[in-house]
Design a protein around this ligand. Sequence first.
Ligand SMILES: [Cu+2]
Length: 176
Amino acid sequence: MNKFLASGMSKFWRVVLGIMIITVVSITSNSASAIAASSWDNETESYSGKQEMIVYRSPSCSCCGDWLDHVKKHGFKIKQDVKTDEMEAIKQKYNLPSELASCHTAIIDGYVMEGHVPADDIKRLLKQKSQLAGLAVPAMPVGTPGMEIGNTKEPFSVIAFNKKGELQVFNSYESY
Ligand SMILES: [Cu+2]
């Protein structure tokens, strides 16, 4: 083996080592940023308007309580916490499009908030004084505020709906 080949080999191993270091660093920083991003308690939106909400939920719903803790950390106040087994009737009363149904239904400043809607999206809608009727995170995607299970984060969208029952995507969380 000549000198040229030997130096070539060592260069190869230096590159391999470099790649390994880059990989380790990127994995570490990825997981660090994932932890920070998964923290729904960090506020990205400020809001100083009406913060009192009425919440309807089934007495047996524990993730509903976890969502309430989330919005309370963002300054919202629970004026009324109504525990009822008639959630279907509540959703109909507030004209929630049935395909958007989740667990709890909250009313704030005349808007309907269905399911595990992130507090910052609520604030953004309230600030817009929008013609929309409300926001929903249909079903209960794992990873949404109040639905955190380990590090599982299902992509989800916050859907806005108007009084005619027309839907539009208000916000999307693909990786968070
Ligand atoms: Cu829930």
